[in-house]
Design a protein around this ligand. Sequence first.
Ligand SMILES: [Fe+2]
Length: 332
Amino acid sequence: MFRRVVVFTYTSLDDSHPQPLWLGTILAGVSLGVSRLTKASGLPTCGDAPIPSPEPPNYAERRCTDRGRDATPRFVEHPRDMARIETLARRYPLVAHGVGLSIASAAMFDLDYVAQLARWRRRFGLCWISEHLAAVRVSADGVVDHHTGVPLPLAWDEELLSLVTARARQAIDVLGCDLLLENGVVFTPVPEPDMGEAEFLNRLTRESPCRLLLDLHNLFTNSINLSVDTGVFLRDLDLTAVAEIHIAGGNEVGGFYFDSHAGACPPQVWELLDRVTPDTPGLRGITFEFHESYFPQLTATGLQRELLRAGAVWRATRRGPDVATGLPAGDR
Ligand SMILES: [Fe+2]
């Protein structure tokens, strides 16, 4: 099934507001997304190119530090870790996934950050870059780039659509590769939207060159907290725009269900995956997102079970050569 799993984390801003950027292989069509990967965690490393244990413990999480938009230099790379990525990039196709772009923030659009992503895209040959359709950076209390800590609810209206489509075009021009935007989790929806989320996403992918990263666990989370009808959402969504799918587990805290990547996928998420993959001709990968702090509960066996099942769905769905890697079906 999957031959390699490689995941890295890029932490920007400061320690209290980490913005991880994951880099994972898509060789087998299935990858594992975690926010931290250490040998101590017991998670699979990258096949025959294992990642040494981090020294000191947190160091390996920070491939690069973002010192802030006004700092010079702004991006300070950690040479040892970046060298590891270069080594891996010579052997495996990599993709990147981030949460720090904040493409829906009205207050700012961080093109310098996009330019940094583009430099890594060229350097590591990233196949594509994915981000969240989210606003996490705002202007508040005189701080221009204040981090909210959690994504803000978005207004599904014409104004936001126009803002995000223009920025997606701009970002793709800079990146020089496909940009995928991911549907998120909502806890407090903005009332009286101009359109539903599915229609917003359809227009976004129609009116800009960006593709969709469909997070089925986020959808499942919204179905629990907001009674979103998953069947209606997926019926209304243009699945031909989907280039990657996320699956994950979660848990309940304080009466809310969270997309916490807390373990195995709920059966409902597997059902959603089975339902949508036959209708996603542009699908290039399935990622199982997992937070390593739950590894003692899931264990290596449980993790492998999730990946094997995702791999089985991938193989059952794919026809012809791998879109992303060009690998023949038997080599995936
Ligand atoms: Fe996700």
